[in-house]
Design a protein around this ligand. Structure first.
Ligand SMILES: [Zn+2]
Length: 928
């Protein structure tokens, strides 16, 4: 028999040609299944991590299509925002890092790269590349619905959406501290960060120490500890400045002066001061008196004001820094000044904690956790000393802060709790107070409640993410929703601003339903009333193009709500939750989202994939090197969607060999024409179980589990089947059915190979639309499965014994357990309480007569039952099999396997001592 060669590239070309427009999907009388995935921001090439994001939904789409549903899987491109504007600027400025990334990693040809000084060229280039690569991966997308988020019709849709947000009172204006990039002159969203996405903006109190005619501000989260300040810290190596801030001289680090200018202060720098010139100078504050400025290397000029107030009694860092200086014989007159009493600690808590932990140096890694421990102990149960008012810390903190602001010139300063925070452009992100900033009021408890109500009705996969969604809804604060720079839709109430990217990408799943039809209408005609009609059915007079609107309304009503949305887990804290807030504002209950599937992350050779760090493998290269089916099967089979996966080329290569093995096996057996044997009944029965379990797994989005069943489950069975038939037998004509089922079960995963084989099998139409196999209960044959299970377990036992004894056998005897042991087996297997059942058994007269033999057997059988899988024990209870018949009919097979005569005997009376250990489903084996 000549096999057609296994050539994935050829299969890909063939299938693409046959698919054509097959995945364009229109309303029909079939049940619909509408799934969406977060659309990409096409500012760079796709890597294999992106691959999984779009292939998981494709496997689900293909599966549902074969189940007979009308499936819609659309795609668009998100081009809104500032990042691409920054990229184009950096390319215009010939920034070497950016040029390297785009020319060498993303392989953009030089002549195209030169046009990247226009941001729209960049997104158009990569949108085209995304579409090409997605198609090459076999994604069954309806490309007619493709759009980009700066299309004029899309902007009209966004304006309509925001009208509803505004009318509901969710859009407000105010002053607000936000992450800000001074190079881009723009607020910085989560997507605009290279580093520091976990950093939060924290509100500090600046404590104003007098220094001659000037103030030295130190920022603190614990203003109440002012009473315990013994000194300030300044870094002698740092450049400070004397600046006029709001009309008064201040001394702060150079970095701090810049930050203050972003936070509602007028700042005019007068002169630079070396940190070393501040050391040993005196400062004072009304609440602590006069203290000295001490030198400290740990003071970071980029943290708040660059000056630190020292409270050694309550801050471990201050305590150690002072101790180090004093051990060198300096500043020995300074003593920690305690001010808070806290249960569980001595008079000087910081000293207590540091000495108890045996910490020798400021660099000790435990310092942070120790600091945290004291801070929280003092906050939760600490009390100020009577002479400072005697109040609990949690009360005193705010009171002291207020007092300082009112009487002692204190101001608020915003700063990140973690560093560094780096913008995509490479600049350090700062905190800026924006005025005239627009916000979405996600803090509104009523709005939150609406989202919670909807979440409760949704299917979330995996279920563990539910808690994370609930937490996000609780924790969400007002969201700055406009930007001054970038691409996007103008903000309707302030045309100088744009709606930022996470705020214009929340209900576009509804837009997909009409995207291919709305294009035919002049954007100028797209008033809010038009969208009111399409999406909400609100009639108004003089609607333009009524026929087209009706067609769009029909599409929307058919497809919406979406059934499942797929996205990576890092989008739970923003996009996936935001979209629920927006949906509940605009759409009626029956059109709200139904479910979400959340993905894990991608690793490359064990490390996190990151374009900026160059640790990526491009999807297009992977498809070219391994074939699209290989990429798909590897990504689906190496982990469940919500688990992290790790791309390793050597493992991908072995996946390719698996597909080849599947392909060759099908071609080898598809034309078998023998008469069916007993073993065919077994194979058919097993196949029904694989169909059921693959289906169940895919219903739960368990792509890995589904592949285990559909690929390895069937492959293992076939191996046994062919072994049982022996070398000279080709198998029966029933194998043709198996080939058809097998190909269809794998079609969602490896659609290209499946299409090719489907044609070879003379299947009707496309494999992509072939009916999904349905398990036939009439073919399930428990007895046949039990018989083969018994046989294969016994063969394994014989093989391991043979290895153990290392003699060339002359004969093999299989000794079967007597009927009374079967009785014991059934009693134990059926009993609720396996611990007391032995006693019950021994109440029986005939068993008692057997004495120790019976108790021993009962114990061994109990152990055996624990080891046997339920799919063996349960059927055995329902319908016992005749072990004798099983083995006797398998004698030719066993003799061929082992090349010696095989005897089947009853254990009792066989004369073999060893035979007496025979148990039900575990005969004893005697090799001579
Ligand atoms: Zn920037």
């Amino acid at each position: 028999m000549v096999l057609t060669e296994f050539d994935l590239t050829k299969f890909e070309e063939e299938a693409q040609e046959r698919w054509g427009h097959a995945f364009e999907s229109n309303p029909s009388n079939l049940e619909k299944f509408y799934l969406t995935v977060a659309y990409p921001y096409p500012s760079g090439a796709m890597h294999v991590g992106h691959g999984r994001t779009y292939i998981v939904p494709d496997v689900v789409a293909r599966y549902q299509r074969m189940r007979g549903r009308q499936v819609l899987y659309p795609m668009a491109f998100h081009v809104t925002g500032a990042p691409v504007v920054g990229i184009s600027k950096r390319i215009a400025n010939k920034d070497p890092k950016t040029i390297h990334l785009y020319r060498d990693l993303y392989k953009v040809p030089q002549n195209v790269l030169e046009e990247f000084t226009d941001p729209l060229t960049i997104v158009r280039h990569f949108a085209a590349e995304y579409q090409r690569v997605m198609t090459a991966c076999g994604l069954s997308i309806d490309w007619r619905r493709r759009f980009i988020t700066v299309d004029p019709t899309y902007s009209k849709f966004i304006e309509w959406q925001w009208k509803y947000l505004f009318e509901a009172g969710h859009v407000i204006k105010g002053a607000h501290p936000v992450r800000f990039c001074t190079v881009d002159d723009n607020p910085v969203g989560d997507h605009d960060l290279l580093e520091g996405d976990k950093a939060e903006v924290i509100k500090f109190t600046m404590v104003m120490f007098r220094f001659g005619d000037a103030f030295i501000p130190t920022a603190t989260l614990r203003p109440e500890t002012i009473h315990g300040v013994t000194n300030l810290w300044a870094n002698p190596a740092v450049t400070y400045v004397r600046a006029i801030v709001d009309g008064k001289p201040w001394i702060v680090s150079k970095e701090a002066a810049e930050k203050l200018a972003l936070q509602d202060h007028t700042v005019e720098i007068k002169e630079e001061i070396r940190g070393s010139d501040l050391v040993d100078k005196k400062v004072s504050h009304p609440l602590c008196g006069e203290v000295t400025i001490l030198p400290a290397d740990f003071v970071d000029p980029d943290m708040a004001t660059g000056m630190v107030m020292s409270v050694p009694a309550h801050a471990p860092f201050d305590y150690i820094a002072l101790r180090d200086l004093q051990q060198a014989g300096k500043y020995t007159d300074i003593k920690p000044v305690p001010l808070i009493k806290v249960e569980g600690y001595g008079a000087v808590p910081a000293a207590d904690a540091v000495e108890k932990a045996g910490i020798k140096s400021q660099m000790d890694s435990r310092m942070d956790s120790l600091t945290q421990e004291i801070y929280s102990a003092e906050f939760s149960k600490g009390k100020l000393f009577e002479k400072y008012g005697g109040k609990p810390v949690r009360v005193a903190r705010d009171e002291v802060a207020e007092l300082m602001v009112e009487k002692y010139d204190s101001k608020v300063m915003y700063e990140f709790d973690l560093r560094p925070v780096i913008c995509r452009c490479g600049n350090k992100v700062k905190v800026k107070i924006l005025h005239d900033q627009w916000f979405l009021k996600y803090s509104d408890p009523e709005w939150k409640q609406q989202v919670k109500d909807q979440l409760a009705d949704m299917a979330l996969v995996p279920p563990e993410v539910r808690a994370e969604f609930d937490r996000t809804v609780d924790w969400l604060k007002d969201w700055a929703c406009t930007r001054r720079v970038g691409l996007g839709t103008r903000f309707p109430w302030d045309k100088a601003q744009l709606i930022e990217p996470l705020s214009d990408s929340t209900i576009y799943m509804a837009y997909y339903t009409i995207a291919h039809k709305i294009r035919e209408i002049d954007p100028k005609l797209l008033t809010p009333e038009v969208f009111d009609y399409i999406f909400l059915g609100k009639k108004s007079p003089d609607l333009p193009e009524k026929k087209k609107l009706d067609a769009m309304r029909e599409e929307y009503l058919y497809w919406y709500p979406y059934d499942f949305r797929f996205s990576a887990k890092d989008l739970i804290s923003n996009h996936l939750t935001f979209q629920l807030f927006h949906h509940v504002t605009i759409f009626p209950k029956e059109k709200l989202p139904q479910g979400m599937v959340v993905f894990g992350m991608g690793l490359l050779n064990g490390a996190k994939m990151s374009s900026s760090k160059g640790n990526v493998f491009l999807l297009e290269d992977a498809v070219a090197e391994f074939g699209a089916d290989t990429v798909r099967m590897f990504l689906m089979g190496s982990a469940e969607p919500w688990q992290d996966f790790d791309w390793r080329n050597e493992l991908v290569l072995s996946t390719k060999k698996q597909i080849e093995r599947f392909y060759n096996t099908v071609l080898e057996i598809k034309d078998a024409s023998g008469e069916p044997h007993d073993i065919d009944r077994w194979l058919a029965s097993r196949l029904q179980a694989h169909i059921t379990r693959t289906t169940e797994a895919l219903d739960k989005f368990q792509t890995r589990q589904a592949l285990q069943e559909a690929y390895f489950g069937i492959e293992t069975d076939l191996k046994w089947y062919r072994r049982r038939l022996g070398k000279d037998c080709d198998g029966s004509r029933e194998l043709r059915t198996l080939c058809s089922v097998w190909t269809r079960l794998l079609a969602p995963f490896i659609p290209f190979t499946a299409e090719h084989l489907w044609k070879e099998l003379a299947g009707e139409g496309l494999a992509s639309f072939a009916p999904w196999p349905v398990a036939d209960g009439r073919l399930v044959n428990e007895k046949a499965e039990l018989a083969e299970e018994l046989l294969s377990r016994t063969v394994e036992d014989i093989e391991s014994i043979r290895k153990l004894i290392q003699i060339t056998p002359k004969a093999i005897t299989i000794a079967l357990a007597p009927e009374w042991k079967h009785q014991v087996f059934r009693t134990i297997a059926a009993s609720e309480d396996k611990n007391t059942v032995v006693k019950e058994i021994m109440k029986d007269e005939s068993m008692r007569k057997r004495g120790k033999d019976a108790t021993d057997a009962a114990k061994q059988i109990t152990t055996l039952i624990h080891r046997l899988p339920p799919h063996v024990v349960e059927p055995l209870l329902r319908e016992p099999i005749s072990e004798k018949a099983v083995f006797e009919s398998a004698i030719p097979f066993l003799e061929q396997e082992f090349g010696v005569p095989v005897h089947i005997v009853e254990a009792e009376g066989s004369g073999h001592v060893k035979a007496l250990t025979a148990l039900p489903f575990k005969p004893s084996i005697i090799i001579e």
